[in-house]
Write a protein of this length. Structure first.
Length: 505
């Protein structure tokens, strides 16, 4: 991978990871306020509202999102006009989002009765239809911005959505607006995203009005590409809620609460590979459009190197500090989920390399394969539920989720190798794992002497030092890595890059 390409990708990944972390922090702080203001019953109502939103988003997307990112980036690589496609996709999304919002408004009595066993919240679901309209639109606009490589704008607008939405919801609650205030806050957050996003897209001519006859061929192409992705997204949506249903059957509610908290902590770890994968999709699509196959091969190799060196220690670090981390995140009653979190982190460390694919199956138009892989990973892992859950409880669910990650990774590698030879940086992978294991052992020995939440910074410092010493002894870091860091950080951070070079090389 050329250094300029690597710099662009790393900088973009930094933007995506940073905004996702910031949004997670904003959400966690807001949740702390909201949970203290609302009753437990009202918190249950918010879960039903979020479920309705997620369902509307999954059904209204039609799988167009990732297809839009791929084709816009590919057309940019070929230097072709992509605006008929972007106009068509946005127009269709406006139509489907409007249908979802109207349906939610008309079905409000049914939703309130089925989900909440009461018709007291009919107006709340009707108000929610406005938020559904905007949130369904934001996903398509997000994918379009990603396709035209406006990563910084995605980060800024996404943080604005989260900050305005959450702070407004808390403010309305404080002033006594109740659950209606929460929904109004979400609506204001959606406006904070959509209005400036439309201005950016129109002003930079990423979206231009075209006659319907010019748009229809592009929509047909998107539809052929996207229908398997739509089914795959519905499958994943059902699975995300299926594990909650399974746990309701097999484990007590207290265990379900522990699993939910553990899952949220685990989700934070997954932000990094998710962001990297999202960023690599338009890059690979652009190179595919230019018929630069070798750059795709080099991109997989280069990205796997930095995923191994940077993500593996994070996964092992959270695995080693699972107990104090959960205690800090949710309190001591949830600390017994530490083993569950540790198991999930181990599987995540293995699956992290999947991010280096960057959606290559989508680049090669293998959307049906993506659907089959999703069905296989979800189906096979779900078959383990009756065996593991009665004996292991939430620990069994950790193995089930881990199995789905590994199955998806293996099947994806097999499928992609039919089109292009995947070459990971094996040296970086095994050296990073050796160093991460050394780090884990160092932290584990320290915790065995004295385990305390107050010592979490010490555990992190010991683990970081052990990992860097192991990297130096293994000679895992190269001077080219330092050059990339310098080009990414700029002149102002040259001192930091020099210190890193002296420590690791």
């Amino acid at each position: 991978m050329a250094e300029t390409d690597a710099t662009r990708l790393v900088r973009g990944s930094t933007y995506l990871v940073t905004y996702k972390l910031v949004n997670t922090i904003i959400g966690a702080i807001a949740l702390g306020f909201i949970a203290r203001i609302l009753t437990q019953a009202e918190m249950g109502v918010t879960v039903a509202l979020i479920l309705t939103i997620r369902m509307a988003q999954a059904l209204s997307d039609l799988g167009f999102g990732r297809g839009l990112t791929k084709y816009v980036a590919e057309y940019r690589g070929k230097e072709l006009d992509y605006t008929p496609m972007s106009f068509g996709a946005v127009s269709v999304k406006v139509l489907t989002a409007t249908c979802a919002a109207v349906l939610c408004g008309f079905a409000a009595p049914w939703l309130s009765g089925v989900l909440l066993k009461s018709h007291e919240y009919v107006f709340l679901f009707q108000l929610l239809s406005i938020d559904i309209l905007m949130l369904c639109l934001t996903h398509t606009l997000d994918c379009l911005l990603l396709g035209v490589n406006r990563i910084r704008e995605i980060a800024i607008l996404s943080v604005a959505l989260e900050f305005v939405g959450k702070t407004s919801a808390v403010a309305f609650l404080i002033f006594g607006f109740g659950l209606g205030g929460v929904v109004i806050g979400w609506i204001l957050g959606g406006l904070a995203y959509i209005v400036p996003c439309f201005l950016i897209l129109v002003r930079n001519k990423h979206v231009r009005i075209h006659p319907i006859r010019d748009v229809v061929p592009y929509l047909k192409m998107l539809a052929r590409f996207s229908w398997p992705l739509f089914l795959a997204s519905v499958t994943v949506f059902l699975y995300d809620w299926f594990d909650q249903f399974i746990l309701l059957v097999y484990v007590p509610l207290s265990d379900l609460a522990v699993y939910n908290v553990t899952d949220r902590a685990f989700t934070v770890l997954l932000l990094i590979p998710t962001a990297i994968s999202s960023l690599l999709l338009p890059y690979y699509s652009e190179q595919f459009g230019k018929d630069e196959q070798q750059k795709i091969v080099t991109g997989v190799h280069g990205s796997s190197r930095y995923i191994a060196l940077l993500y593996t220690p994070l996964a092992f670090g959270l695995m080693a500090t699972a107990n104090p981390a959960i205690t800090l995140f949710a309190g001591s009653p949830y600390a017994r989920g530490d083993v569950t979190l540790a198991i999930l982190c181990l599987f995540a460390a293995v699956n992290g390399l999947a991010a280096s694919f960057g959606g290559l199956l989508l680049v090669y138009n293998r959307t049906a394969t993506v659907l089959l892989i999703n069905i296989a990973s979800v189906g096979v892992s779900s078959l383990m539920s009756p065996v593991l859950l009665p004996f292991l409880g939430i620990l069994g669910m950790a193995f089930i989720r881990g199995a789905s990650l590994i199955i998806s990774l293996v099947l994806s590698i097999v499928a992609i190798n039919r089109h292009i030879q995947i070459k990971f940086d094996r040296e970086a992978v095994w050296k990073s794992w050796c160093a991460a294991i050394v780090m884990f052992v160092a932290v584990w020995l320290t915790e065995s002497i004295h385990l305390s939440l107050n010592f979490l910074p010490l555990y992190v410092a010991i683990g970081g030092a052990a990992y860097m010493i192991a990297l130096r002894l293994l000679r895992a870091v190269k001077r080219s890595d330092i050059r990339l860091a310098r080009s990414l950080l700029g002149k102002r951070a040259r001192v930091i890059a020099n210190i890193v070079e002296k420590v690791l090389i």
